[in-house]
Design a binder for this molecule. Structure first.
Ligand SMILES: Cc1ncc(COP(=O)(O)O)c(C=O)c1O
Length: 178
């Protein structure tokens, strides 16, 4: 996904959706979402982004043109890994939202009330946990998620990072991970 030329070659007239995960698990590879969105639009395809690792606090894929955002709520959002919950956030109402809403309504693909309660409980400490993550990240100022050529090149992909308590615009990582 980081190799945009390969991605472009892989797109065919049948391509309807490009799925991204950035930063990725487990390698923390970063995808240039704006560039992927650009390629997808040319092909008339949608872009989905698994934003689990970044969380909505640090990356806003919808603002980068992505159509659907996915979160494993199991992780940072609920905070305790004691639920199995996912979320899909659509930019627009449309046939995809209709279809998935139908699966939830008619198929019952929804979390239990107890899991919802645990998720809401976990969310209450999400900001505190994120502040701690930010502190850890700041303790290592040269850290940046892996770039595709992390050994040879610095990571220069613009990532829409929102650091809590600042209003920093999107910025570039300047250093490569060691
Ligand atoms: C980025 C990412 N998305 C989705 C999942 C799946 O999450 P869940 O365990 O909530 O099904 C994982 C699990 O490791 C993940 O790392």
């Amino acid at each position: 996904m980081q190799d945009l030329a390969t991605l472009e070659r892989a797109i065919t007239p049948a391509t309807r959706l490009i799925w991204t995960e950035t930063p990725s698990n487990p390698l923390l590879n970063v995808t240039d979402l704006r560039a992927v969105v650009g390629l997808a639009k040319k092909a008339g395809a949608m872009v989905a982004c698994d934003n689990t690792w970044a969380t909505p606090l640090f990356q806003l894929p919808l603002q980068l043109g992505v159509d659907v955002v996915m979160h494993s709520v199991t992780k940072y959002l609920s905070g305790h890994s004691d639920v199995t919950v996912g979320a899909l956030i659509f930019k627009d109402k449309g046939p995809w939202l209709e279809k998935i809403g139908g699966i939830q309504r008619e198929g019952g693909a929804v979390p239990s009330p107890f899991e919802c309660w645990l998720t809401l409980r976990g969310l209450q400490t999400f900001l505190t946990a994120s502040a701690r993550m930010r502190k850890t990240r700041n303790a290592s100022p040269n850290f940046c998620p892996r770039s595709q050529n992390r050994r040879s090149k610095p990571c220069t992909i613009p990532v829409c990072l929102r650091i809590p308590d600042t209003s920093s615009p999107p910025r570039k990582c300047r250093a490569s991970a060691a």
